[in-house]
Write a protein that binds this ligand. Structure first.
Ligand code: CTP
Ligand code: MG
Length: 185
């Protein structure tokens, strides 16, 4: 089981980095430019900004590239836990689409949150935790289906679905305590 957790974490790390990086460094012009949808509510709200999207993607990408570079050094140390070859599959394309897709998924979720009348920052369980997993997988599947299929076996997928909400809640509580998030979710 530990092998699945290590592998899931390794494969999701650039996507996981995107959200906290957006929260830490985001702000400024909102992606919807303040515009309202036909229901009179914002398209996305002030919580989705260009800077968050850009910096979140770049930070995730840099982590993915670091994983490509460092895999040969890290993999041998984890050989007792996972098959080292499974840690050397990162590609530059996936290092971009995983974090960017994560933040696209997060924006799509915000669009639907606004439509059902949830204000910026309101909690929407499950969607808040898994939006970015879905976004990362869907975008990467469109661009590099082979990478998704060969890396995300059923065991890895289930592990991601279980560990992500736990990690998400933990990081958000830390972000809240550090004063970087208005609410602990
Ligand atoms: N953020 C950003 N740009 C993004 C995503 C996030 O600037 N594309 C920043 C915003 O400051 C946001 C914070 O990260 O408030 C936390 O992100 P998130 O929890 O996804 O946004 P919420 O404010 O909760 O908004 P929503 O209700 O739309 O999810
Ligand atoms: Mg939120």
């Amino acid at each position: 089981m530990l092998d699945l957790i290590v592998l899931a974490f390794w494969l999701m790390l650039p996507a996981y980095i995107a959200n906290p990086a957006a929260a830490l460094f985001g702000g400024g012009t909102p992606v919807d430019m303040g515009r309202k949808f036909i229901d009179g509510k914002r398209w996305l709200g002030d919580g989705k900004t260009y800077r968050g999207l850009l910096i979140g993607t770049v930070c995730g990408m840099l982590v993915g590239i670091a994983q490509i570079v460092l895999a040969p050094y890290i993999a041998p140390h984890l050989a007792g836990i996972v098959n080292p070859e499974q840690l050397t599959t990162w590609t530059t394309i996936a290092a971009v689409t995983m974090p960017f897709g994560a933040l696209l998924g997060d924006m799509i979720k915000s669009f639907f949150k606004r439509r059902i009348g949830y204000e910026r920052g309101a909690m929407l369980p499950v969607a808040d935790q898994l939006d970015f997993v879905a976004g990362a997988w869907v975008l990467t599947y469109i661009v590099a289906p082979g990478w998704i299929v060969s890396n995300f076996t059923l065991g890895v997928i289930l592990t991601v679905i279980i560990i992500t909400p736990i990690l998400h809640v933990a990081t958000n509580v830390v972000g809240f305590k550090l004063g970087k998030k208005d609410v602990p979710w």
